[in-house]
Design a protein around this ligand. Sequence first.
Ligand code: AMP
Length: 406
Amino acid sequence: MVDFRRLEDTAVTNKRVLVRVDFNVPCDDSGNVSDNTRLVAALPTINYLRKNKAIIILISHFGRPGGQREPSASMMKLVGPLSELLKTDVAFAPDCVGEIADKAVANVKQGDVLLLENTRFHKGESHTADGAKGYDPDFAKALAAHGEVFIHDAFSVAHRAQGSTSGIAANLPAYAGLAMERELDHLSQALDVPRRPVMGLVGGAKVSSKIDLLKNLVCRLDTLAIGGGMANTFLAALGHKVGASLCEHDLKDTALEILANAKQAKCEVLLPIDVVASKEFKAGAEHRVCGLDAVADNEMILDAGPATVDKLADAIDASKTLIWNGPLGAFELVPFDTATVEAAKYAAKCAQNNGLIAVAGGGDTVAALRHAGAADGFTFISTAGGAFLEWMEGKALPGIEILKKK
Ligand code: AMP
């Protein structure tokens, strides 16, 4: 279990508390917030700090302005929605460092909230003074000077060491916020100290983007189910015909190596035993369910078949913990969403009724589980993309390292 410093471990009353949130929210064409999930995720920490009469200073990145002041990437548009959610006026400073920011910080009163402008308006957030990747320590010092305590509450950027994360932690005592804490507790429970048997379900397009993840998982799991386009590479490596399917033929040796690692680690690997094949990659395309060796040269495997879904359900039944990343088929194209939808619904049912700990995250996973109507049934869904994947790869995440108790 990750042992890290938590918000409750530090006194915050009348202290200037600098909180790194993730307010990189999706916006519509007019620049209005179209999904406020990330704002809502920050509320518990902000409300805790308000209740405890801290002086609250929020910082975040938004978009990729690349060190330039880009009006469309201003945090200003979040002031209204955030004020509404918090039921109090949120103040705004049109810069995150320098005189304007310093003055705004000096004016915040106990229990009040100030939002600073986008950290990525400054190159120092993600580049050194020489332009190399990293951060500029002087920029980080200027940010850190706003606070007496640093709360990191943005797990989604935990895989990056930037000025507004590791840079501040180099200058101030750092603690996990309540959203970060929830994330770390759930992920740690699922992979570091899981209730066994623990099963992974990994799907998605390509093996190439998930080699490290698969290599790490086979050493830690009791069962690993592989689905989606990436399963085709495994099937091809085992000598099955995959026709015109998405398949990385150059990675067949890697696939065999992963299977050999799994065998050595006594992790059972489940691959599709039947598939849904079609000649066209489009919604509503004509399709058929067939056995592994019946895929024609001009057909693509676009989903797992019903016998595979039954087998996955049995494996989920036999597990106490499930970690899910990636869809089992081309889920955006109905009816090739069937295996993903059925397996997700089954996992959600087991989580609700049988005490299964079901954790999911990364990239398209949240969209796939929402599409299945199963997201609310899962024990925990991480909305982080890259950070979730790097955590599944077993990597040390800089944003978590800074919070660990020495
Ligand atoms: P990833 O970002 O690696 O999790 O991949 C997600 C994407 O994989 C989705 O857009 C799916 O449509 C796609 N995908 C899953 N299975 C297949 C398949 N059998 N053939 C083609 N694309 C697939």
